[in-house]
Design a protein. Structure first.
Length: 450
């Protein structure tokens, strides 16, 4: 029977008669049983090829709850004949992990007893604690698989990231969830086939919609609904009963899936359009759906530089202040500071001149050779450096009447290039005037030296 890929977390569904929850009973035990994640475990998927070649590197699984991080790690350990050692960064400390890694170093000498160390919620370890994994991963003593629901770029240190391959797991789509629910409902051995309860088309659609891409959530809700219906002597499960058992309205939202990116895009574009009402709506929509407020603060801080920039230099400190305020107050009090920042950004004059200037610089660096620093800009702390020309031609700007020395500060091949071009809105009107004045003064100083 094909089954889904979902996380090995404690189920909230109560067990009856000592029987394991439905989600655990129908857990996949091989790649062939998986529904979803075809880009990773399909016939040409990276993970399938790595497993078949028994060359699985250390990995970071980044994906939402119920997308299969733990289950996939278990399957990998089984297929490459490793002992599977699971840890949760929520309940275990780095001391216990170090002990297991030390044992794994000894077992590594026996190729038949290698260790796959699975660390769930690995982002809960701070960056210093994450360093403890480095020597073991680097030597190959263990295969490390870390699982996180947070963006590894922010949650993990660069040294660990450079030694692991990041694998992105997507939330399951609605057809995959429908297939999972149908098979779990009809399987008489490990599923609910013996219950005799069926779902209406509307009930099935409602259940998978409420699951929001999470197979475990779908199966837990299915098991609860079937038990509830059977207790009332019903053989058909309605959409109304499913909704009632879900207990609360669930907004279609996933912190790592498509709707997540749709909503943050809507907020960003509303701010850029200078629409404060829409900005507040999308901000509240995300916060009410369970988005991490600090993620929203990060994105608004980015907006302050990317879309406002020097047109209003106060946009960045205003947004940073909101971020700090939320960090200090938490929810719900701190949410008002985020709303204040959103309104400020929406009503601020807009300019992407900083963003465009930095993008031009990066493109230049990528396309052109890295020319040496001009001699005039180099320090000469030793006699030898003075003799070979370091510092030749340098003019101390403060010693001049105009405050500029007329230096060409870019490499020779780039002299005259203009990266930053103020758009002229808000405070950038004054900056544009200053920029032209300084350019004119430098040109005058150069001609004077000639």
């Amino acid at each position: 029977m094909s089954r889904s890929l979902f996380d090995d977390q404690e189920s909230s569904t109560p067990q009856t008669g000592g029987r394991a929850p439905l989600a655990d009973r129908v857990r996949p035990t091989s790649l062939e049983e998986i529904v979803g994640q075809d880009e990773l475990v399909g016939s040409s998927g990276f993970l399938r090829r790595a497993i078949e070649q028994r060359r699985v590197p250390s990995l970071i699984f980044w994906g939402p709850p119920g997308s299969g991080k733990t289950t996939l790690a278990r399957i990998i350990a089984d297929r490459i004949s490793c002992r599977f050692v699971p840890f949760s960064a929520v309940t275990s400390g780095i001391k216990e992990v170090k002990q297991v890694m030390a044992e794994a170093s000894i077992l590594f000498r026996d190729p038949e007893r290698r260790t796959l160390l699975f660390v769930d919620e690995i982002h809960r370890f701070n960056r210093a604690q994450q360093d403890a994994f480095l020597p073991y991963v680097e030597r190959g003593d263990i295969v490390l698989i870390g699982a996180t629901t947070e963006n590894p770029s922010f949650a993990l240190n660069a040294a660990l990231m450079s030694r692991c391959r990041v694998v992105v797991l997507q939330p399951l789509d609605l057809p995959a969830l429908e297939a999972i629910v149908e098979r779990a409902l009809t399987d008489p051995d490990r599923g609910l086939g013996a219950s005799g309860v069926e779902l209406t088309t509307e009930a099935r659609q409602q259940l998978v919609q409420l699951a929001s891409g999470d197979a475990r959530k779908a199966l837990n809700l299915l098991e609860l609904a079937v038990e509830d219906a059977a207790a009332d002597g019903l053989t058909e499960l309605s959409a109304e009963r499913v909704t009632r058992l879900a207990q609360k309205k669930v907004l279609l939202y996933d912190k790592s899936g498509e709707e997540h990116f749709n909503l943050i895009s809507a907020l960003h574009k509303s701010l850029r359009e200078s629409d404060p009402d829409a900005a507040l709506y999308w901000l509240a929509r995300m916060l009410e759906a369970g988005e991490d407020p600090l993620y929203v603060a990060r994105r608004m801080t980015r907006f302050a530089s990317e879309d406002v920039g020097l047109a209003d230099p106060q946009a960045l400190p205003q947004t940073l202040a909101a971020w700090d305020t939320y960090h200090r107050l938490g929810s719900p009090e701190g949410e008002l500071a985020l709303a204040q920042a959103a309104l400020y950004l929406a009503l601020a004059p807009k300019s992407n001149a900083v963003y465009r200037a930095y993008s031009r610089v990066r493109r230049t660096l990528a396309e052109q050779p890295a020319d040496p620093v001009p001699m005039a800009l180099r320090n000469a702390p030793t006699r030898l450096m003075e003799e070979v020309g370091y510092g030749d031609g340098y003019v101390y700007a403060h010693d001049t009447d105009e405050g500029v020395g007329g230096l060409d500060c870019l490499p020779e091949s780039l002299q005259g290039t203009r990266f930053y071009e103020p758009k002229g809105g808000g405070f950038e009107e004054k900056l544009a005037e200053r920029l032209e004045r300084f350019r004119a003064l430098r040109e005058k100083a150069r001609k004077t030296k000639q």
